[in-house]
Write a protein that binds this ligand. Sequence first.
Ligand code: SF4
Length: 179
Amino acid sequence: MNTKLRLAGVIKESIVDGPGWRFVVFAQGCPHNCESCHNPQTHDPDGGYETTVGNIINEVEKNPLLKGITLSGGEPFWQALSFSVLAKKAHELGLDVITYTGWTFNQILAGLDAHEGWRELLSESDRLVDGRFILEQKTLSLPFRGSKNQRIINVKASLSEGRVIEENYESIEEDYKPM
Ligand code: SF4
């Protein structure tokens, strides 16, 4: 629980960062430099503030209505091992975990052996929303995504079937429909 996280901030209740009521944790630090990024203040890896997994879990435990936590950014995979510890604790509380990343699912798979914590964070993520924000593909109509290239990937199903299994949501209120 003393594992350190460098964060840009948190939102204690959100319905726009995945299905259901969610606690959102914004990682500080991002290497992707997407054009027209909405959160440029999250890019500097030395910015933000430091906290611990224990502090976040204490806040999460105060809200019995939460369905899950969302790891966003910034880039959670830049602090993958620490965020995997947070995700594991959330699972122990019965919550689900959605992780946003600027890398694609294939890039994450290709980097599992090269990057500390990538394997652990991927395996503790129920869903991965993948890919950079691409301005030309910006959309306001796809729930939980900023641009059309981004996918909501069911991680376990994708790994077991050896292909990308996406989940499709038509509104923020409904549960997912497998594509
Ligand atoms: S991955 Fe997200 S936080 Fe990073 S530059 Fe792109 S839009 Fe911004």
